[in-house]
Write a protein that binds this ligand. Sequence first.
Ligand SMILES: [Zn+2]
Ligand SMILES: [Zn+2]
Length: 420
Amino acid sequence: MTVILFAIPLFVLLIAIEIYIDKYKQTGHYRANDAITSLSMGVLSRIMAIGHQLIPLTFYILVFDTFAFTELGYSPWVWIAAFVLYDFFYYWNHRMGHEMSILWAAHVVHHSSEDYNLTTALRQTSGAVFSWVFYLPLALVGFAPEMIITVGALNLVYQFWVHTQHIDKLGWMEKWFVTPSNHRVHHAQNRVYIDKNYGGVFIIWDRLFNTFIPELESDKPVFGIRGALKSFNPLWANAQLYSQLAKDSFYTSRWRDKFRVWFGRTGWRPKDVAERFPLEKAPLSSFKKFHPKLATPVTYYSVVQHVILLCITVFLLLTMNDMSGIHQLVLVATIVVMSIQNGFILAGSKLALALDGPRLLILPLLWLGTGLVIPAMLFGGACLVSMIMLVRAVRSSVTLSNMAESMSSEDTNTQVSISS
Ligand SMILES: [Zn+2]
Ligand SMILES: [Zn+2]
């Protein structure tokens, strides 16, 4: 957690540089709606992790103290061995995350972005509560619990930089390491790239277990998932597949299938529910990114709300140890409400935009009521400025919807078409 917390300023700097390059070169790798959603999911994932971050360490300590074959100590070689072996278990954790439905339901969040940029790296699930199980063998063979946590965090930090389209193939590194090129393949929905390149730091595991494929000139990666999310609500992104699995499990008639829906191969559905509730999966050639058209003031408003949300998150993460439970709860509730609300606004919901007026009043008052006086005044000031922006956003949104009425709904709802 601490390693990741220290890495956040570096992440922010690199994202800012990538956005600048994107604008300068006009590469179009960033869309505000997709990037904001990725960052919101990163925020929610960190917030949720507060609740269960001690569970892995507790179990590593338990296994290490009770069953470990030996104690390997802290020499540089042991650190290197821990780093490499962690990645081996990460490979299997990640591979299972793709191949078993219940695990894919959590991991799908990371793949739901239809863009590929550094913010995609932060699009993390809030649901991987049990992934630590895969690393228990490290504690069993004698790696210290804190060492496992540290190399795990370093593994995650390494994966940040590979989420970019601005770096081409990297020569000899492609053979040994996960790179932007071979990880782009992992995020692609082209048939040839499905279930490939699972490594976190080293690509050698994929070469060893026959899941490696290089990025091909003939198949430009199309990012995203086949059953598109079509939402910018970070909570729904985390719940969508669980809800579909629960529905399939409920409606299928055979008891064996009710179990297999969760623990079977990803994509498998019982015949009866597949016939009764067919899932729409358009061919890749007609894939269109989910991109509702918004008036510019609405996009600006949404970006500003997201910056406020990020400031609140940093405030929470830095001061939570000195904060009462009720204050933590109020801040977490604020972050959750704002991220959901912003998701609806980005999807073009006028109701969500209208509801943001009361929200701008209620949340600072709630902070004040619980005794967060100075933060409430700062937050209230930001909400006051937001109110002015909101009025402009609502007006421009109404104008846009009047214009849209004279156009076909297809033209207003999608704009980015991909050919593959
Ligand atoms: Zn994956
Ligand atoms: Zn990734």
